[in-house]
Ligand binder design. Structure first.
Ligand SMILES: Cc1ncc(C[n+]2csc(CCOP(=O)(O)OP(=O)(O)O)c2C)c(N)n1
Ligand code: SF4
Length: 279
């Protein structure tokens, strides 16, 4: 057999770094780390061919806990960093991760444009409906009547984003929702997300037992979507709207032109990509 093509013999632990996570006991982010390393081992991806880009937040520390190339960036800019990396190194498998605050507040604009640009990368939002790192403020996915934060003692009174619906409207080509209480299911989902050609978005419901202890009850509320994944955006929108945000599974998957700066299939060039950022 050609040695160069022999499949790598790797285990999930091979994708972990020597650093011990500083997350609180019971934090859902441990399971996301396990799911990512399981998915990478299943795909037997060489570590030097994978990068994990993050923003800032408890969840964004995840890059340091893996052994693939990582960049712990600035708050809300993980997708911008990742887009630049993918433009320069289209051969890399690019994973992006962070919290609901990082990706939907300060990074919200990057999120919607990453969805529509459809570069080939996988974005995981670890959604705990709170800013964990800064000690418990409301985020764009927090329910309007959550009143346990000193900043919003009567709740925010603002309807939360529905991340899957937002991704669909913005043009994402793969949308899924997983739960850290089912790390194997989340790992299988990540395998499909990574294999998808285009921008794949995975919302991982990831409890924060420190600032949202009530989320430890999510395990009693989460269930699988009854319907199979659809390629019809209207059906996907109806499914998302009819749901309470607690159903898991791959919701939507469709082939859209993938933006490949530097001469990719849809004719986009690196210059066209740079033009997007010209002020
Ligand atoms: C430009 C900037 N603004 C604000 C902050 C403060 N800050 C750090 S993490 C964070 C939010 C973290 O929440 P989230 O992204 O949901 O992640 P979690 O900690 O819950 O995993 C904020 C506002 C910052 N680091 N940089
Ligand atoms: S504060 Fe919440 S999100 Fe941050 S490490 Fe602790 S449990 Fe996890």
């Amino acid at each position: 057999m050609d040695q160069a093509k022999a499949p790598l013999q790797v285990k999930p632990k091979d994708y972990k770094s020597a650093l011990k996570p500083v997350w609180c006991p019971g934090c859902g982010d441990f399971a996301v780390l396990n799911a990512i390393t399981k998915a990478l081992a299943f795909l037997a991806l060489p570590r030097e061919d994978v990068s994990l880009i993050t923003g800032i937040g408890c969840s964004s520390r995840i890059a340091a806990y893996t052994s693939v190339y990582g960049f712990h960036g600035v708050h809300g800019r993980a997708l911008a960093l990742a887009s630049g990396l993918k433009a320069a190194r289209p051969d890399l498998t690019v994973l992006v991760a962070g919290g609901d605050g990082d990706g939907l507040s300060i990074g919200g604009n990057h999120f919607i444009h990453a969805c529509r640009r459809n570069m080939d990368m996988t974005y995981i939002i670890m959604d705990n409906e709170v800013y964990g790192m800064t000690k418990g403020q409301a985020s764009p996915t927090t329910a309007p009547d959550w009143a346990d934060s000193k900043l919003t003692p009567q709740g925010t009174g603002i309807r939360p984003f529905q991340p899957a619906g937002l991704a669909l409207t913005a043009g994402a080509s793969f949308i899924a929702r997983g739960f850290t209480g089912d790390p194997n299911g989340l790992a299988r989902m990540l395998v499909e997300a990574i294999e998808h050609k285009g921008f794949s978005f995975v919302q991982a419901l990831s409890p924060c037992p420190t600032f949202r202890p009530e989320q430890m009850q999510w395990k009693h509320r989460v269930r699988a979507f009854e319907d199979e994944c659809t390629s019809d955006p209207i059906a996907a929108a109806q499914r998302i709207q009819a749901d309470d945000g607690m159903s898991t599974g791959i919701i939507f998957r469709r082939e859209y032109p993938v933006f490949r700066p530097g001469g990719g299939g849809n004719g986009a060039s690196l210059q066209a990509f740079e033009n997007e950022f010209t002020i």
